[in-house]
Design a protein around this ligand. Structure first.
Ligand SMILES: *Cc1c(COP(=O)(O)O)cnc(C)c1O
Length: 376
């Protein structure tokens, strides 16, 4: 029996064929026909006007913040329960993150807390430059409530949908909710290019500028004219070819992960002290990762004991993200609340959820959890 991974890449024959096509065409560069096609196919899939294919989701966050004018001295309000890239991008722009707590009903940014934080800052005459929302573990944040609060103060939204490609919110796709959206094609995400990401928007001028900045800010002149500094953040044509194949399988990947989630709920739902991350009724989550909460008193073992029991069976499980306001790198920045996220971190465990997870391996996970629940 091999190791069961949390969320391994899942690629097939189509990706292989497209990759070889890119290879054989000798378009082995951070531009080319597969990059262009991937961008238009991704934009169509998400329902936005334009997409810039980039070397990572983090690159998308950095460029998105730059396009919104975020720089030194600015504040950006964001969720404390996220992967570090969200917070790092803000800090790397020279801005100050403010970490807001999440709602227990969705595990995403608490809209009431955000509205209050925006009102407080408006009264003090010091509005944030942007709000960076996070769609967590394949579930969209409560975008309409967040957007209403932001609209009252004219603060733009950048949506970190790195974990949520394929999810919907009131019929709209994750990545299409904010003024700008970011998705990731890292190896552990629902679809992957090995490493990659994209910035999405309806604004053609923003996406054109993102592509230009990501390609060394090169002016159209034969001698390489530059009027401002740029970056090297474009996605390679080889990887874009893989991404095109992956994107075509997105619906199947979502269905597979949701099926794992349904299976876990069915097989573990009767255990006392074990509950699942709620799926909000405003949309359809991808269940990128199935997450459970373990109440040690009722369950008979704590989160860490369960994780170690899984590890002993060569099964990878991970705690829910450690909140940013508790991270040594970001502790000095302000936080608003945080107790909900702290509780989720303390009790939350992400279970193996990859779309290629076998029925047998899923069964192994369930057996370990059921045994751990009896305090075995
Ligand atoms: C994965 C992830 C990112 C970063 O994406 P990369 O492509 O790995 O740079 C950003 N935010 C969240 C919430 C993520 O999970």
């Amino acid at each position: 029996m091999g190791r069961v991974h949390l969320s391994p890449p899942h690629v097939g024959e189509l990706e292989r064929a497209l990759l070889l096509d890119a290879f054989d065409s000798n378009w082995i560069a951070p531009l080319g026909p597969h990059v262009d096609a991937f961008e238009s196919e991704l934009a169509a899939r998400v329902g936005v006007g334009h997409a810039a294919a980039l070397s990572s989701g983090t690159a998308g966050l950095l460029l998105g913040l730059e396009l919104l004018g975020v720089g030194p001295g600015d504040e950006v309000l964001t969720s404390t329960l996220t992967f570090a890239a969200t917070a790092s991008a803000i800090v790397q722009r020279g801005a100050r993150p403010v970490f807001l707590d999440v709602s227990p009903a969705t595990w995403t940014l608490d809209p009431a807390l955000l509205a209050q934080a925006l009102d407080d800052r408006a009264r003090a005459g010091r509005l944030p430059r942007a709000v960076l929302t996070v769609d967590l573990y394949g579930q969209c944040c409560d975008h309409d409530a967040i957007a209403a609060a932001c609209a009252r103060h004219g603060v733009p939204i950048l949506e970190d949908a790195a974990e949520a490609l394929g999810a919907t919110y009131r019929g709209r796709a994750a990545g299409a909710l904010g003024a700008l959206g970011v998705v990731s094609f890292n190896g552990n995400k629902i679809v992957t290019t090995g490493g990659g990401g994209a910035l999405l928007s309806d604004r053609a001028d923003w996406i054109a500028r993102a592509r230009y900045l990501a390609a060394q800010a090169r002016q159209p002149a034969p001698h390489y004219e530059h009027t401002e500094p740029g970056y090297n953040l474009r996605l390679s044509n080889l990887l874009a070819a893989v991404g095109r194949g992956q994107l075509r399988a997105l619906d199947e990947r979502v269905a597979a992960r949701r099926a794992h989630n349904a299976f876990y709920r069915e097989a573990l739902g009767d255990l006392p002290g074990l509950t699942f991350m709620p799926e909000a009724d405003y949309g359809r989550a991808t269940a990128w990762l199935t997450c459970v909460l373990i109440d040690p008193a009722a369950f008979g073992a704590d989160r860490e004991a369960v994780r170690l029991a899984l590890e002993r069976e060569d099964i990878e499980a991970r705690p829910v993200w450690k909140p940013m306001h508790l991270q040594p790198a970001f502790r000095a920045h302000p936080a608003v609340g945080g107790r909900v996220a702290e509780g989720l971190f303390e009790r939350g465990l992400c279970l193996p959820s990859g779309s290629s997870l076998s029925t047998a391996d899923r069964g192994r996970v369930v057996n370990v959890l059921r045994a751990a629940g009896r305090g075995a």
